[in-house]
Design a protein around this ligand. Structure first.
Ligand code: SAM
Ligand code: PRE
Length: 252
């Protein structure tokens, strides 16, 4: 009942992320089978306010969804957001998940079986930059743009802008960096304390950090906003920020 008005109850698989505890761990970081198997646990222990961000995205999706259009989740991983919005949205909709990892989509397909009784579901295994966003009223892209090259990020955001219907919404979450090296250092230390609090050992934190170097390349908040503006989005606002993680909305 509570979930109908404030959807925080995520469907997360319980397999514990111990990937960087004992080798061999993925370096450079990739979304391989081993990562996929523990991904729900990994992301919910590594992204500050993960549950709140997904709940917030569900609320904004419900508010901006236009009947007859698509809701698209780019980098949908194991389908956690689509499953949440599938339960939260009271009217049938077309839900599209895009991810270039087949293993992620296999997990998603399993997780999304129940919501297919209500919604039309399309899971597309391809790189987001090859996909069309035509006739979408809500596009979600959480913690995915950060893995693409800067050129591809800009191209993808432009193509999302073009595909959205007028009044359509982009919900974007990213890891960001501070423009001030001193602040960046303090934020990083605080973020690592958050990870330690969530049960990661210092060695695990260090190994993953090394593996993510040059793979996950964060922008500053200002650079991220500029990229959205350069893609056509003139109305942009920030919703959530904790440590080095930010969620924004942008309107067409
Ligand atoms: C950190 S995860 C996203 C988490 C997910 N949005 C969530 O909130 O649980 C990044 C995802 O993006 C996918 N990915 C990476 N590069 C991609 C690309 N170019 N096109 C589509 N998916 C991509 C990865 O396979 C992975 O599942
Ligand atoms: O663990 C980190 O340092 C993170 O940046 C978390 C993060 C991400 O933001 O994408 C990194 C890799 C996994 O995909 C899940 C979460």
């Amino acid at each position: 009942m509570k979930d109908e008005i404030y959807p925080t109850n995520l469907y997360l698989s319980p397999e514990k992320d111990e990937l960087f505890e004992k080798g061999p761990w993925p370096k450079p970081f990739v979304f391989n089978e081993d990562v996929v198997n523990v991904f729900d646990n990994m992301i919910s222990r590594s992204v500050p306010l993960y549950r709140e961000v997904l709940a917030c995205a569900a609320h904004w999706t419900k508010a901006y969804y236009q009947p007859g259009t698509k809701i698209i989740d780019i980098g949908c991983s194991t389908g956690t957001f689509l499953e949440l919005i599938g339960r939260f949205l009271q009217q049938p909709a077309t839900l599209v998940g895009i991810d270039n990892s087949q293993a992620m989509l296999e997990k998603a397909r399993e997780k999304l079986l129940p919501i297919q009784q209500i919604h039309q579901l399309e899971l597309i295994c391809d790189s987001a930059e090859n996909c069309s966003f035509e006739n979408s009223s809500v596009v979600i892209i959480n913690y995915t743009l950060q893995f693409l090259s800067l050129q591809v990020r800009q191209k993808l955001l432009k193509s999302i802008y073009e595909g959205l219907v007028p009044g359509g919404l982009l919900f974007l979450s990213e890891k960001v960096k501070s423009p001030l090296p001193q602040f960046q250092e303090t934020i990083t230390r605080h973020y690592e304390a958050f990870k330690a609090y969530n049960g990661y050992a210092q060695t695990e934190i260090e190994r993953k950090k090394e593996a993510l170097e040059n793979v996950l390349v964060p922008l500053t908040e200002t650079e991220q906003l500029q990229m959205l503006k350069d893609s056509g989005f003139q109305q942009v606002d920030s919703l959530i920020k904790l440590h080095n993680f930010l969620s924004l909305v942008a309107l067409k």
